[in-house]
Design a protein around this ligand. Structure first.
Ligand code: AMP
Length: 445
């Protein structure tokens, strides 16, 4: 997961990076950081916490220059210390450098072992540190060639922004697994970011997506930007970005995430018609798809469950005797709406089954007559190794139980999933997707 942004040639570079990271807070809440450059030196601020907690006027005042890169971290494995925050910064033979990465390397452990055997010292648990080491150890004369050499070693899903004193490099792996878009700012500067929702906030005009296998170079010594197709493209954008991860107001590879989610809901209604009184979403993840289901089926849409958005990090665990409170603090039913009704509940995905089980209990406790759970993605049977945080086989309920066994576990009256074919058709079957969580096809070798 994670969000990255690069801003080049803008009078307000660090501020634009800040707002972009704010717009992409959903991609990671663990830590955030910005590194800027004024052409002479790099300045950096990174810390654990949310974007609005980490940056204030003083921090932004410190981040001088017309170039900046930034990162929101969603911690997956490893420690959660500040040292695992990005951008990663280093001083090496050619000067200062900073790197921010979204995605996951599949050979990170091997590279790390090789580098440590050769005497390298690591400061973090992040596979991103490998990239900076490889760049620093290259014998090439120019940063660009050092980066290209490093990219020849790493394998996996990655979008990268790499900043030197005078340049920013934006790179996307040849499969384009994670999204990455290019835009132009009102002041003439450029922006690259994980999602286009950042462009809307900072007033940037979308130019195009960064191409799979492409390196874009922004250089103070040159007008515009340079594009190099480094690797043969084999696009397989991650289907899970459309299903769950991206914000609904983002557009990925020409497709509105909101429209795609509605289409997934419509497909579910076509394939799985249910005689029901109401369609309700699991807030907030099921909202767009539930609207699609309601429109297609003609069954009224209602927000039957309300979510309290203020259940945050300072949450005090309820006592054992009040353990039911934990769920109720976050999700609260509208009893008068639900009593005696046959309900279709829509959520985007089922991972461990915890959410579905809780929601169904809430609805049944409110007097719902029937609860039909519709999941607008296929069964998740494999962990994603390309940047989506999914648990191991042991914890993935659909890797261990049949649909009927899962239905019995979550205590639903019925349980349906979208087929892989319908998922692909809902996004657009004119191209390929990364579907690893569903089909176990780990295509990056
Ligand atoms: P679970 O409760 O474990 O079955 O997880 C399913 C719920 O978590 C759904 O409401 C999803 O919207 C949400 N979800 C799915 N994938 C992720 C993820 N990678 N990180 C956080 N939440 C997720």
């Amino acid at each position: 997961m994670c969000a990255i942004v690069g801003v080049f040639g803008s009078t307000e570079a660090s501020r634009v990076a800040y707002y972009s990271l704010f717009a992409m807070q959903h991609r990671g809440q663990e830590a955030t950081g910005i590194c800027s450059s004024d052409g002479k030196k790099l300045s950096k601020v990174k810390k654990k916490g949310l974007v609005t907690e980490v940056f204030d006027e003083e921090a932004l005042g410190h981040l001088v220059g017309d170039m900046a890169i930034g990162h929101n971290r969603y911690s997956t494995a490893g420690s959660k210390s500040v040292i695992d925050a990005q951008p990663i910064y280093a001083n090496y033979k050619l000067g200062e450098i900073a790197v921010a990465h979204n995605g996951n390397l599949i050979n990170g452990e091997n590279i790390k072992k090789m580098l440590i055997d050769e005497g390298a010292i690591f400061q973090s648990d992040m596979d991103t540190e490998n990239i900076i080491h490889l760049i620093a150890r290259s014998h090439k004369e120019h940063l660009k060639d050092r980066i290209i050499e490093a990219l020849g070693v790493i394998k996996g899903a990655y979008c990268l922004v790499i900043q030197g004193r005078n340049k920013i490099f934006a790179i996307r792996d040849r499969y384009g697994v994670r999204p990455f878009a290019l835009g132009q700012l009102e002041d003439g500067g450029y922006i690259v970011s994980s999602e286009t929702c950042a462009f809307d906030l900072v007033g940037a005009k979308f130019i195009r997506d960064v191409r799979p296998g492409e390196m874009i170079i922004f250089d103070k010594a040159k007008e515009g930007f340079e594009s190099i197709q480094l690797f043969e493209p084999d696009p397989r954008i991650c289907a899970f970005e459309y299903i769950y991860f991206a914000r609904p107001d983002s557009v990925i590879e020409g497709k509105s995430v909101y429209a795609v989610r509605q289409e997934m809901g419509r497909a579910m209604a076509r394939e799985n018609p249910i005689d029901a009184d109401l369609v309700i979403p699991v807030p907030d993840s099921g909202v767009s798809a539930a609207l699609g289901y309601a429109k297609q089926s003609g069954i009224p849409f209602e927000m039957g469950i309300v979510r309290n958005h203020y259940v945050g990090r300072t949450f005090i665990e309820p006592t054992q005797a009040r353990r039911d409170m934990k769920v109720k603090l976050k999700l609260s039913p509208i009893n008068s709406l639900l009593k005696g009704k046959k309900i279709v509940v829509i959520d985007d995905s089922l991972v461990r089954g915890t959410t579905a089980k809780r929601i169904i209990k809430i609805l049944k406790d409110s007097g719902a007559k029937e609860v039909h759970m519709c999941i607008t993605s296929p069964t998740i049977e494999h962990p994603c190794k390309y940047g989506i945080d999914t648990p191991s086989y042991k914890e993935l309920i659909s890797a261990n139980k049949s649909v009927e066994e899962v239905r019995a576990y979550i205590k639903a009256d019925s349980l349906s999933f979208l087929t892989i074919k319908s998922l692909v058709k809902s996004i657009g079957d004119e191209r390929k997707y990364s579907l690893v969580s569903f089909d176990g096809n780990y295509f990056i070798k």
